[in-house]
Design a protein around this ligand. Structure first.
Ligand code: NAP
Ligand code: ZN
Ligand code: ZN
Length: 347
């Protein structure tokens, strides 16, 4: 039997989000019921709610930065008990048998993971995300939030945190490595903190110097404005890794010129339009360009433990549910320091 739950949903592409109710499945053998306390607003929520990434499923309850408390467990659950503080990120299931799933890369599941919302679950029903009072998730796709992290500032780690942690680890951000983070938004402000905690020399490349004090406080060693052409002249050949978190296309050739030999530009920002790359601009010093998608479940747990150990968390602006539509406009306008988080008590 399903239960009826209060949520915020968008009924159609580009329509405002409004309060409604959704049905959650009954708690199954391996499921946990999570009372959601806080949920972050990721720019991906906006891309999807407005169909910027293509056709979507409506009504849509976005939200994949979920932090809450376990209130019920199915009879087969072994990982969690009632009362534990937990998180759910961008996926709630995957095939579990393909090479990627077995390697802890569930985000690259050969069959495609079941996304937390805007997807169809294994039960054939649409998935609904975290802008809601609760959620039912298989325990294998739930992670533990360490005691040192408050739930409100932990919520954004479930997407912004892991999406920056995973490529920073994969491309060996650490002592002796120069890392640039492009865009100081939700993902960017996590990337700066994590790269700094990993021991890298960190540079922020932002459109302006407006947020310079914040960037340096978050752990950046240097901060430059990309609107200043001198930035590109002065920093030519500097970086081992450029982590691009920008949600719009960039002049990629200009950024490639900032890479050292064998340097990589890794794009986690996912613009709505195809981007153009002149391969000759990559060819100079065996540079490479890649993307990276969130991170696996075990790596997400590792990231949360790392953040707790290194005193890293999101800087948030806590909002009521009836402020979601305004928050979306502010994210698009770049007016957020650095993540909106919804207090689900207000739903
Ligand atoms: P966000 O908070 O809006 O941050 C993006 C930042 O990019 C802005 O704060 C701004 O920083 C910069 N920016 C925005 N528009 C720009 C433009 N036209 N030119 C140059 N810089 C611009 O968004 P977010 O939540 O961090 O998400 C960023 C992107 O990552 C989105 O496309 C999102 O869908 C994607 N994403 C991908 C994954 C993944 O798994 N790959 C996961 C989560 C999110 P400055 O003001 O400092 O320039
Ligand atoms: Zn996200
Ligand atoms: Zn799989």
């Amino acid at each position: 039997m399903t239960t009826t739950v209060a949520a915020y949903a968008t009924p159609a592409a580009k329509a405002p989000l409004e309060r409604t109710t959704i049905e959650r499945r009954a708690v199954g053998e391996h499921d946990v019921l999570i009372d959601i306390a806080f949920v972050g607003i990721c720019h991906s929520d906006i891309h999807q709610a407005r169909e910027g990434w293509g056709e979507a499923i409506f009504p849509m309850v976005p939200g994949h930065e979920i932090a809450g408390v376990v209130t019920e467990v199915g009879p087969g659950v072994t990982k969690f008990t009632v009362g534990e503080r937990v998180g759910v990120g961008c996926m709630v299931d995957s095939c579990r048998t393909c090479d990627n799933c077995r390697a802890g890369l569930e985000q690259y599941c050969a069959e495609g993971p079941v996304w937390t919302y805007n997807a169809v679950g294994k039960d054939g029903q649409p998935t609904y995300g975290g802008y809601a009072k609760n959620v039912v998730v298989d325990e294998s796709y739930v992670v533990r939030i360490p005691d040192a992290l408050s739930l409100d500032v932990a919520a954004p780690l479930l997407c912004a945190g892991i999406t920056t942690y995973s490529p920073l680890r994969h491309w060996n951000a650490g002592p002796g490595r120069r890392v640039a983070v492009v865009g100081l938004g939700g993902l960017g402000h996590m990337g700066v903190q994590i790269a700094h905690a990993l021991g890298a020399e960190v540079t922020v490349l932002s459109q302006s110097l407006r947020k310079k004090d914040d960037g340096l406080r978050l752990g950046a060693d240097h901060y430059h404005a990309t609107s200043d052409p001198a930035t590109f002249q002065n920093l030519a050949g500097t970086f081992d890794l450029i982590l691009n978190t920008v949600s719009a296309p960039l002049d990629f050739a200009a950024y490639f010129s900032l890479l050292r030999t064998d340097g990589a530009m890794v794009n986690v920002g996912l613009p709505e339009e195809p981007v153009q790359v002149d391969l000759r601009s990559l060819n100079g010093n065996r540079r490479s360009m890649s993307t990276s998608g969130i991170g696996g479940i075990a790596e997400t747990q590792e990231m949360l433990d790392f953040c707790a150990e290194h005193d890293v968390a999101a800087e948030i602006e806590l909002i009521r549910a009836d402020q979601i539509n305004d928050a979306y406009e502010r994210v698009i306008a770049g007016d957020v320091r650095y993540r909106f988080v919804i207090d689900t008590a207000t739903i």
